[in-house]
Design a protein around this ligand. Structure first.
Ligand code: ADP
Length: 168
């Protein structure tokens, strides 16, 4: 049985991430989406929110689960009994970072194989950060994330707007 982890920040999960998870789940017996607790970048959603949005997105896909983690990714993989780590590659600059990370992870655990999926053309330009920027400016994001994520983003924006009003 081959288990793959698909680690990331997922702040929040997008249709690009979901596409990679579903494609992985066709190749591997079990896919565990690992939501990293302490990313260096600033996040909009708490760890619990990121996990819960990803779980909702993966409902009905029995071989895909979502788990938070706070260790090194190779440690998370070891604890999960995973042989494979999945990542997604977009044209715009993912390769160099992924390559460096892969080299470091290989050093830390030579048995963990990294498999990269090319992003599907319709999601090449989609990143959580661009998505959040478009959502902030009230652009249409309905084709880019599931409905429950659209709602969660709107709630965050409204919360932020209320905060601003209270300060004025
Ligand atoms: P990280 O902070 O680890 O890059 P992300 O949540 O941004 O976490 O992304 C997790 C993984 O999903 C990364 O491998 C990233 O390249 C990939 N990914 C992100 N967006 C897309 C997309 N639109 N299409 C394919 N892969 C994507």
């Amino acid at each position: 049985m081959i288990t793959a982890i698909y680690p990331g920040t997922f702040d929040p999960i997008t249709n690009g991430h979901i596409d990679i998870a579903l494609r992985s789940a066709r190749l591997f017996h079990r896919v565990i989406i690992g939501v990293y607790a302490f990313p260096k970048k600033e996040v909009m959603f708490s760890l619990e929110e990121r996990v819960s949005l990803a779980r909702e997105a993966m409902k009905g896909h029995d071989n895909i689960t979502v788990e938070p983690y706070a260790d090194l990714t190779v440690e998370f993989a070891r604890k999960a009994g995973a042989q494979v780590m999945v990542r997604g590659l977009r044209v715009s600059g993912d390769f160099e970072w992924e390559f460096d990370m892969a080299m470091m992870n290989r050093r830390l655990n030579p048995d963990l194989e990294m498999v990269c999926f090319m992003a599907s053309p319709q999601f090449q330009f989609l990143s959580s950060s661009i998505l959040k920027e478009v959502a902030r400016l009230r652009g249409n994001i309905t084709d880019l994330v599931p409905a429950h994520v659209v709602k969660a983003l709107a709630e965050k924006q409204n919360g932020a707007a209320m905060g601003n009003n209270n300060r004025n």
